[in-house]
Design a protein around this ligand. Structure first.
Ligand SMILES: [Fe+2]
Length: 238
């Protein structure tokens, strides 16, 4: 068992696989993880294999056609890429522009922070708008200036996966008169439901005999990394 940032990870492997949050174990250090409380939990069952979920998670080519509200909040997603550094015109060493649309502070319906912002974040962390950390095969978290969203990915059957989402807040934020839980929950719920529908469509497509295998595009480099992660654990015979 491993504790990290307030989350508990259990492996039945002997020895357990390396514990490797991506992009790094210090990603959430500026967030007051030990003091956060769960403000809300929702679960959804998706008719797809758990690997189909992670493939969808690892690319944004689908964003312009699947996530209308999200691409308004994060304009670079509207180009089908995940960060400004992936754009063809990107010059190495150039600071990334603010990720969120002008005036927005967080992934909420209104764009406003749903309570007081966490005090320990740097200007760059605030401008980035969102920070994803992934722990394969079962968890990812997204840190914003006002809350953390934690999602566990649980295989139930070959074509059934449960996603459990926790919204974590500082207790003082939840006690604030201006705190608006639904502002944060509603935004992420919409994105999750849109992704679930896309994953189920992908799963149906995998049953097609007309397309026995696909080809990754350059924008899908994170899917290639995920495939390598899976292959390393399954062996060369699959
Ligand atoms: Fe998506």
């Amino acid at each position: 068992m491993r504790e990290w940032a307030g989350f508990l990870y259990l492996s039945l492997g002997d020895p357990p696989p390396p514990f490797a949050p991506d992009p790094g174990p210090d990603l959430l250090d500026a967030w007051p993880m030990a003091g956060l409380v769960r403000g809300h939990r929702e679960a959804i069952e998706v008719a797809c294999n758990w690997k189909v979920f992670w493939e969808n998670f690892n690319e944004c080519l689908h964003c312009p056609s699947v996530h209308p509200a999200l691409v308004r909040r994060v304009p670079i997603y509207g180009r089908g890429i995940m960060s400004a550094a992936e754009a063809p015109e990107w010059e190495p060493g150039t600071p990334e522009p603010p990720a969120l649309d002008a005036g927005s502070r967080s992934w909420t319906v209104s764009g406003r922070a749903c309570g007081p912002e966490f005090p320990g974040l740097s200007a760059a962390q605030r401008a980035a708008g969102h920070h994803f950390v992934t722990i394969y095969p079962g968890h990812f978290a997204v840190a914003h200036v006002d809350y953390i969203r934690s999602v566990t990915v649980e295989p139930l059957a070959p074509e059934r996966t449960r996603l459990t989402v926790d919204w974590l807040f500082a207790p003082e934020a939840m006690a604030d008169p201006g705190f608006d839980l639904e502002d944060a929950v509603g935004f992420a719920r919409t994105v999750l439901e849109e992704d679930a529908a896309a994953c189920e469509m992908n799963q149906r497509g995998l049953r097609s005999g007309r397309a026995p295998r696909g080809r990754l595009m350059p924008q899908e480099f994170d899917i290639a990394r995920f495939h390598a992660w899976v292959e390393a654990r399954m062996g060369s015979d699959g």
